[in-house]
Design a protein around this ligand. Structure first.
Ligand SMILES: CC(=O)CC(=O)O
Length: 688
């Protein structure tokens, strides 16, 4: 069987590793603590053995506070979730709005082609006016403010104003369905809801009035005190909706403010700040509450140390407001850098325009996804023919497994100089477990190391640490860190649901649900997919990411794919592997292509990795945050009926998979068809 690290080849090394933030920090810690930490590996060990690391990070990250903490960590209400920095008083928004000058804080762009700059001074003014109106409308510490918004200056303003008052902010993207929004906001019962009325996506005007009306009416029955309608994101004109209770346009709402100064409520480190949602594909989403201090510290730590971010950076993270990467992006203001806010589809009017925008804006740190890069690569676009990308120094890739070929392509396509950072964390922790280290070399297909302060280990099914073996296992985190969720909204005081979700599989140990492996030689990491989607035929456990890596070789024919295990407990104790392919327009899934795929999987991985069946499908299901939904497909082909939640971006695609829960029957029906019917039928030719 091929090793996981077959593709591991040196790719990049920082020409000046000593001048990185993380190396600077290491030297400071050595001096302050009289230690002799020689490199990142030593520093990481210190960071997960001594809680004083978090005190050092607090100082280095220049957390702004009014009352210092009494200690680093104390017992919390939930046994596994400690209280961090007890006694401290601070405000998240104050930490992001420390600049009050004419430097550019945010540049808003999008598929409409319009670009607008907002200075730090303007941003502070906007937040002041918004916060004043929020207070005038009764918003208090702990009240929830929800939003259905695009990634715009208004979204940033609403979130920061909420934080300045001490409220809890929660947002969804505008393409989330009414049910999906209500599944979330009914649970958290917001006092105020801000909503877009009209947006543009992929060149189409989307009228949101019907959806917004339904949401506001429903929430009014559950304590909503104010619905605020944002002007059209296309024309900037106000759009009202008649007959809606407790609802005003944005200007009307802002006019209720008293013009008061911007006041930053001084609150505990653990004060709830954001509510994010688990991307469950069935059942109501879990409402994950994150603390102001936890998000602030972890994000600054990841950005300063993992991305080497500084005040001179221009940071562009492509994200909707419904993904944790939006809160991650927002928090970058604490570094004093410029944020790029992008509204709309990167594919409209075309990919070239989007890439040119990235280059023209002088983006220095670009956050994107493997799927987007695969699309650019698959369409054979050459970025350096579109823009110079002169300012681009690093690319952070997240959201899904980054295969080795994409890693290599991303590096070369932008001039062979980029620090390619593959990062993996999640909504559950609002930060990275593993990611980039600017002072260490990058190896193709490997995340560089565990993030500072994150005691990540690899466990087998019985809870043994198998990291040194080079075998794959569960990503666990065996020590608390400041951005553990403070609670699930609506959970019992001792956090039964939260503990059940993360701490029950290995009692008392955080199980993330990702499948990972560490390269014993380089200490680099591969994330192989979600662990509940792990494939397990004949006792060989592997991640779907390994199959996707092989399929990169066929990227000119295959647009996308999904690989899942099928369980048939009444027939077979074993699991079999099914691979579904979405072909590019004009490409056909032929028996010869199927043969090539099988043969390459066999030689690159092993005979046991070869899927039992390969089918062509019209669509692959994704969450609204762009994650492939293997678990739902696995359940469907294994015979479960699934009611998709609002998290599924293309729920109709799930219907395509039901017929595969009895493949043998499908084959027998197919065999009885006449050749002409076979050609017309929807069943793949590979059934023959
Ligand atoms: C950092 C991440 O891993 C983001 C995600 O949830 O995909």
């Amino acid at each position: 069987m091929a090793s996981y690290f077959e593709h591991s080849r040196f790719l990049w090394q920082n020409p000046q590793p000593n001048f990185t933030n993380v190396e600077n920090f290491r030297r400071i810690v050595n001096r302050k603590r009289s230690l002799n930490l020689k490199d990142y590996h030593d520093l990481h060990r210190y960071s997960v053995e001594e809680y004083s690391f978090w005190e050092d990070a607090w100082t280095y990250c220049r957390i702004i506070y009014s009352v210092p903490p009494q200690e680093v960590i104390a017992q919390g209400n939930i046994p596994e979730v400690p209280e961090w920095f007890p006694g401290a008083r601070l405000n998240y928004a104050e930490n992001l709005l420390w600049r009050n000058d004419d430097g550019i804080a945010c540049t808003a762009g999008g598929e409409l082609g319009k670009v607008t700059d907002y200075t730090f001074r303007e941003l502070r003014q906007r937040v002041r006016i918004m916060a004043s109106a929020m207070r005038a409308n009764g918003l208090k510490v702990g009240d929830r403010v929800a939003a259905i918004v695009t990634n715009s200056i208004d979204a940033i303003t609403i979130a920061l104003a909420t934080a300045s008052v001490g409220g809890i902010f929660s947002s969804t993207a505008t393409d989330m369905g009414t049910q999906g929004i209500l599944d979330r906001y009914r649970q958290i019962q917001p006092k105020l809801v801000f909503a877009e009325t009209e947006v543009m996506y992929a060149g189409k005007i989307v009228d949101l009035r019907e959806k917004v009306s339904a949401v506001i009416k429903d929430l009014c029955e559950r304590g909503l005190q104010g619905g605020i309608l944002l002007p059209s994101a296309i024309t900037g004109k106000e759009i009202g909706i008649s007959g809606l209770p407790n609802t005003a346009t944005l200007n009307k709402f802002l006019s209720t403010g008293t013009g008061s100064e911007l006041v930053f409520e001084q609150l505990p480190f653990n004060q709830p700040l954001f509510i994010l949602y688990s991307s469950g594909t069935s059942g109501p989403p879990k409402c994950i509450v994150h603390s102001a201090g936890g998000v602030l510290m972890q994000t600054i730590k990841d950005q300063r140390f993992g991305f080497d971010m500084n005040q001179t950076d221009t940071y562009f993270q492509y994200t909707t407001t419904g993904w944790m990467m939006w809160t991650f992006m927002l928090s970058a203001l604490a570094t004093g850098c410029r944020l790029i806010l992008y509204d709309g589809s990167p594919f409209h009017p075309d990919l070239q325009s989007y890439l040119k925008f990235v280059s023209d804006q002088g983006v220095s740190l670009w956050g994107t996804s493997p799927r987007f890069l695969a699309e650019v690569q698959g369409r054979k676009l050459i970025p350096l023919k579109i823009g110079s990308f002169e300012g681009l120094r690093a690319m952070s890739i997240t959201g899904a497994v980054v295969t080795a070929p994409i890693f290599q392509w991303a590096y070369e396509a932008f001039g062979g100089k980029l620090h390619v950072i593959s990062t993996s964390g999640g909504t559950d922790v609002c930060c990275a477990f593993v990611g980039g280290v600017p002072s260490l070399p990058v190896y193709v297909g490997e995340l560089q190391h565990k993030s500072l302060g994150m005691k990540v280990e690899v466990f087998d099914q019985d809870g043994n640490n198998i990291e040194h073996t080079g075998e794959a296992g569960e990503l666990v985190c065996t020590r608390p860190h400041p951005s553990l969720p403070v609670k699930f909204w609506g959970d019992t005081p001792d956090g039964r649901k939260l503990r059940d979700t993360y701490f029950s599989f290995y009692p008392g140990v955080w199980r993330q649900g990702d499948f990972m492996v560490v390269n014993p030689k380089t200490k680099g990491i591969m994330i192989l997919g979600r662990s509940d989607g792990v494939l397990n035929p004949s006792g060989v456990r592997f991640g779907s990411g390994e199959i996707y890596t092989v399929l990169e070789k066929f990227s000119s024919n295959i647009d996308d794919s999904i690989c899942v295990g099928q369980r048939r407990p009444n027939i077979d104790k074993d699991e079999r592997v099914l691979l579904f392919l979405k072909m590019r327009p004009g490409s056909k899934f032929t028996p010869s292509l199927e043969k090539q795929i099988r043969s390459l999987i066999r030689s690159a991985l092993s005979a046991r990795h070869v899927p039992q069946y390969i089918f062509e499908v019209e669509d692959i299901p994704y969450t609204v945050n762009g994650k492939k939904i293997e678990i739902a497909v696995k359940q469907i082909v294994s015979g479960s009926a699934l009611k998709p939640s609002g998290t599924v971006a293309n729920p109709e695609s799930l219907q395509l998979y039901y017929k595969y829960n009895d493949i043998e029957k499908l084959i027998s029906v197919f065999k009885k068809l006449s050749p002409r019917e076979k050609i017309r039928g929807t069943v793949s030719e590979s059934l023959e």
